[in-house]
Design a protein. Structure first.
Lengths: 503, 467
């Protein structure tokens, strides 16, 4: 019996204009936007490769340990085509320095884009689904029950020995099949376009992640279909059902996410905690400065200057300055030199300088570690907590849940981006170990390259692997479950309304 | 007779669910808009005033000598805030807030270079980890929500009556069809405008009673123009709704067609087309610009050194002054070239989106609200004009001193007199309604064209409809 019902519904749905329209618009939008997105991705990849080339060239020129900053870059995530998330917005280049534990807020951008172009105008595939799929689902659903009731066909069907639950199930299954057609066709086309592009290589894990995105899309689609059906079951007239459905859509998709983010100002946790953290960090570095000055005063060379009166013939001489950005609690001290040729008179001064750096290097590392202990929780309260609150508030609309789930699958959410900075922090540790290994701090190469340059080749290369598919799945799971739960509740709700309603 | 039909339509609409929902939605949105704006406005104004005051203070500190003024320049030039930011945010968060009129170079050798204009290239949103959202400004409410509402009001206005058979009834009366059409059009127009006008008035009431915002006559004029644009835009979507409704004959199909058009023209086209259009004119990469500019600087320097650098004696002050001027000019010209490439890209991206009336309306709102790209270009032009004025001032002040050697940029070649801090021209960023209007004429014309075409289409479809 269920089969007959499904067949009837399926035929009813497939032969409609709205089905043709759904397929047409989805294909058009997804294909056009995927082409644009792939081009954009290629541009970002090119910028990434240029950056890598620059770093490599810099390594060739980096003769001393301190002559030039050591940068690493984040490759663009190919799955950002599905949901761009934070992938394009946050910094993609970071400086690995022993005196600063790198965080998201120390990153920069390689490949600066035109500030006169709207930055986030690019539309990703999930956004198309968010807008169009939900609309389609509601259009399919609004007259599913109200329409049959109006036309009187519902009464006819119910004269047969079928339960109401079966009718609901048949309607649901057949409509979902119809809605899945445009979804799957457009996704398959998008994936085909992706695989034909030479610049993007998708691994097996990526296909698994895309599978997760599809699963979330189906759950999202189903939520909106059930919402439409609920409206249809609760109202007597299709006209009313339609208006309600359209306004629910407008509210959830257009209005709610924007209003909630515009109105709910981030809680102002920044002031007090930022102030105290700033002071603590400043104290750490002031203490370092005092100790440093004391060390210099006790040194054999008079003057107390870390320059030790060294004169050079080429290269650049001693520099030392703090880097402070109080808005992100960044504080560090850089010092060093790139002496290519030393003035012969200054040769006796070199051991003094070596001594100084042997002392200073570990001190800076220690200060950086202590700064990090204060900075990490402070940054968490100032920046991460408000963002997390936004995410929670957004979850009151299925759009927010769907967006969070797909971002987690694609690895373009905050956790995915943080993985890169965790890797950068690990690389900093590796670099520090390398320094200790080479006894870099007390070495002549720390500041002068005249007696042999640093062999950077033995420093392990930085590599960043996106998190494993399991991690992605684990991050996406809560939101996916939330969507599924919404489905079950809605279905139960519709069922209750439908069996109690008069025909 | 028209009025009769209009009245009937309005009564029909006023009693409907969609009217109630629209009224609530628009009122809520516009109130939120006012509240959000009023919350942020005082801070923004304060920040701007602090920044400009700081810049003026720094500038006046430099007035100790004309040499300092000539080399260090006027400092940072800040963009003035528009009080109409609640009408269109115009992505102001992403645009630079200032132009650099400073000399950030240190002594390269014996001489210190002159100041030049440069443009910040940072990406200001890099630390923002909040989710993306569209700003709740009038431009959004009008271009997205109001057009959506217009579709919901009109999709069944002909096809619905056709289905119910009431259209036959109306046309049985001795009324020409175009009268019915105009009546329906006016009816929908007025029913949409009632909740919108009420909501807008509430919004403006909230904003105008707050002390932090002063709306003067010019701003009210701009608001009037914005309202006019809103009317035009709503009319376009009403005409579209009537056209589809008359052409399709089935309400269900008509709604699907209209939603498809709406989704593609309002939601997707502005963004997708902008990304495509921006690719037609790509500026050089920033690194390329940077290294090329450095190369040009080095060349100028080398040309100068080849002539005079080898000789142990210092070259005459005029030669140094000439080199410095050439260097600054050449550097600034190249910066401007890069900027122009960026502007061209931005403009190309906008030009192609003009296919969509929603994009046109957003641009128009930005232009008249004094935000966004057009405003930024105006600001850049203002800074250029000011830079000329400032340079002329330095030269004139130097000329006025008979003791001076008139070698700008050389300490001993310039007037040693103190400059009165008041006499230095200060940068003042202004908006001109005239210019905004000129920039917007094309867009306005396109909107009218859209409206005329759609109205003609709706009229034809209705006249030829079989009942």
């Amino acid at each position: 019996m269920l089969k007959t019902l499904i067949r009837r519904e399926l035929l009813d749905n497939l032969m409609t204009f709205r089905f043709a329209a759904a397929v047409f618009i989805m294909l058009l939008l997804v294909v056009a936007n995927t082409a644009v997105l792939i081009k954009d991705h290629e541009r970002r990849l090119e910028s990434y490769n240029t950056a890598l080339k620059n770093y490599h060239e810099n390594t060739q020129e980096r003769k001393t340990y301190t002559s030039m900053p050591l940068d690493v870059a984040r490759p663009p995530n190919p799955l950002s085509i599905f949901n761009v998330g934070l992938d394009k917005r946050l910094g993609n280049e970071i400086w690995i320095f022993h005196g600063l534990v790198p965080t998201l807020w120390d990153a920069r951008m390689h490949g600066i884009t035109n500030p006169l172009l709207k930055l986030f105008a690019s539309i990703d595939i999930v956004f198309i689904f968010e807008v169009v799929l939900s609309l389609m689902a509601l259009i399919f659903a609004y007259d599913a029950l109200a329409g049959e009731r109006e036309r009187g066909t519902l009464r006819l069907v119910l004269t047969h020995p079928v339960s109401r639950g079966q009718i609901l199930l048949a309607k649901y299954i057949s409509a979902m099949i119809c809605l899945l057609v445009p979804l799957l066709i457009s996704l398959i086309l998008a994936v085909i376009l992706l695989t034909t592009s030479t610049s993007i290589s998708l691994s097996a894990g990526d296909f698994f992640r895309i599978g997760g995105i599809i699963l979330s899309s189906v759950a999202y689609l189903s939520v909106f279909y059930l919402v439409g059906m609920l409206i249809s079951a609760a109202t007597r007239r299709t006209g009313t059902a339609l208006m309600l459905a359209m306004f629910v859509w407008g509210f959830w998709v257009l209005v709610y996410p924007n209003v909630i983010l515009a109105t709910i100002a981030s809680p102002d946790t920044s002031q007090a905690s930022a102030e105290s953290a700033k002071n603590q960090i400043q104290q750490i570095w002031e203490e370092l400065d005092r100790e440093r000055k004391k060390f210099l005063a006790n040194d054999a060379v008079p003057g107390g200057s870390p320059r030790f009166g060294i004169r050079i013939e080429s290269g650049f001489n001693y520099y030392e300055y703090p880097i402070i950005d109080s808005s992100v609690l960044k504080h560090t001290l850089v010092s060093g030199a790139n002496i290519l040729k030393l003035h012969s008179e200054s040769e006796p001064m070199v051991p003094h300088a070596q001594n100084y750096y042997r002392y200073l290097g570990p001190q800076i590392i220690d200060a950086a570690e202590r700064t990090w202990l204060i900075r990490k929780p402070a940054l968490e309260t100032i920046f991460v907590q408000p963002a997390r609150l936004d995410r929670i508030l957004l979850r009151f609309s299925p759009v927010g849940i769907y967006d969070a789930a797909t971002q987690a699958w694609a690895g373009t959410d905050l956790s995915g981006l943080k993985d890169f900075f965790t890797a950068a922090r690990k690389h900093r540790r590796v670099m520090i170990d390398f320094y200790y290994d080479k006894k870099a701090f007390g070495s002549r190469q720390w500041f002068a390259a005249d007696k042999g340059a640093v062999e950077w080749e033995s420093l392990p290369q930085f590599s960043f692997q996106r998190s494993s598919t399991q991690t992605n799945a684990a991050r996406a799971l809560p939101d996916l479950l939330l969507l599924l739960m919404m489905n079950i509740f809605l279905f139960m709700f519709i069922f209750l309304i439908f069996i109690r309603s008069e025909v | 007779m028209i009025w009769h039909i209009t009245k009937r339509e309005i009564y029909d609409n006023l009693n409907s669910l969609r009217f109630a929902l629209t009224a609530v939605l628009l009122l809520a949105l516009l109130l939120i808009n006012a509240i959000v704006y009023l919350r942020g406005h005082p801070n923004r104004t304060q920040a701007y005033h602090d920044a400009t005051a700081e810049a003026v203070k720094k500038l006046e500190e430099r007035s100790t000598s004309l040499y300092r003024l000539a080399t260090e320049g006027p400092g940072l030039l800040y963009k003035a805030h528009s009080s109409l930011r609640f009408c269109a945010e115009g992505d102001e968060v992403f645009l630079p807030t200032h132009v650099n009129g400073e000399n950030y170079f240190s002594d390269i050798a014996k001489v210190r270079p002159l100041w030049r204009l440069s443009h910040p290239q940072e990406t200001p949103n890099i630390y923002n980890i909040r989710p993306d959202f569209t700003t709740m400004d009038w431009a959004f409410i009008v271009s997205y929500v109001l057009s959506f509402v217009a579709i919901l009001f009109t999709f069944d206005s002909v096809s619905g009556e056709l289905e119910r058979g009431t259209l036959r009834l109306i046309l049985a009366n001795p009324i020409p069809r175009h009268t019915v059409m105009v009546g329906k059009f006016l009816g929908a127009f007025i029913s949409i405008n009632i909740p919108f006008v009420i909501a807008v008035l509430m919004n403006l009431l909230l904003i105008s009673i707050s002390d932090s915002v002063q709306l003067n006559a010019e701003l009210w004029g701009r608001l009037g123009i914005l309202y006019g644009i809103t009317i035009l835009y709503t009319c376009i979507f009403i005409a579209l709704g009537l056209l589809v409704s008359a052409a399709v004959r089935e309400s269900g199909v008509s709604l699907v067609v209209l939603l498809l058009i709406w989704v593609s023209f309002v939601v997707f086209m502005p963004n997708t087309l902008a990304s495509i259009g921006s690719r037609t004119s790509v500026p050089m990469a920033y690194m390329e610009f940077w290294s090329e500019r450095n190369r040009l600087d080095r060349e100028t320097r080398k040309a100068y050194e080849d002539k005079y650098g080898d000789s142990q004696s210092t070259p005459p002050v005029h030669v140094i002054a000439e080199y410095l001027t050439v260097d600054a000019e050449q550097n600034e010209r190249f910066t401007e070239k890069y900027l122009n490439q960026q502007i061209t890209q931005g403009k190309r991206a906008r030009a192609i989106t003009r296919i969509s009336p929603a994009a046109i309306v957003q641009h128009l709102f930005e232009s008249f609200a004094g935000t966004g790209l057009e405003r930024h270009l105006q600001f850049i032009e203002n800074t250029k004009r000011y830079a000329r004025e400032y340079r002329d001032f330095v030269i004139d002040a130097d000329r006025a001193d008979p003791m001076s050697l008139h070698a700008i940029g050389v300490p001993e070649g310039m007037s040693q007199k103190r400059v009165s801090p008041e006499a230095i021209p200060k940068f003042k960023d202004t908006l001109s309604l005239n210019r905004d209007f000129n920039a917007a004429v094309m867009d306005l014309f396109l909107l009218v064209l859209f409206l005329v075409v759609l109205l003609a289409g709706a009229f034809l479809a209705f006249v030829r409809i079989d009942i």
